[in-house]
Design a protein around this ligand. Structure first.
Ligand SMILES: [Zn+2]
Length: 137
């Protein structure tokens, strides 16, 4: 299988989202875009504003992945969760710092930045958002 090749410009544009959950929200329809957009993909409006999502949400559902997509084969099995953030935005991402028996649908989840994978060709370490059960501080 061909190793996954990272495209730095793509990651560069995604950086605000994958490190801070920051993107653009349409002022007309309320749709959230993970990239800084000029035009809303849902309604075509040009009135979008930068917004950073809350770091917390609730776990809607989750699964254990045993057959990973390309680039994530070495990390199997891993957990993937569907998370509804506090503002209603739905995201799907890897769950970390927990085991399946620690998870309950509806539990509070928080965002953390973790290593996602290592690029096969360049050994570029790709970091990004993952989610974990809320840690009480
Ligand atoms: Zn819109």
């Amino acid at each position: 299988m061909k190793p996954l090749t990272s495209r730095p410009p793509f990651y560069w544009r995604l950086r605000p989202f994958i490190y801070r959950l920051e993107g653009s929200r349409c002022s007309v329809c309320g749709h959230f875009h993970p990239l800084n957009r000029v035009v809303c993909r849902r309604c075509g409006s040009r009135t979008l504003e930068r917004e950073r999502l809350n770091n917390a949400g609730r776990l809607v559902n989750y699964t254990v992945v045993h057959q990973a997509q390309e680039g994530f084969e070495k990390t199997t099995p891993y957990l993937v969760g569907w998370v509804e953030m506090d503002d209603g935005t739905n995201l799907v991402g890897q769950l970390t710092d927990c085991d399946p028996q620690d998870l309950k649908v509806g539990m509070t989840i928080e965002m953390v930045v973790r290593k996602l994978r290592v690029d096969g060709d360049s050994n570029l370490i790709v970091y990004g958002v993952k989610f974990r059960p809320l840690v009480q501080r």
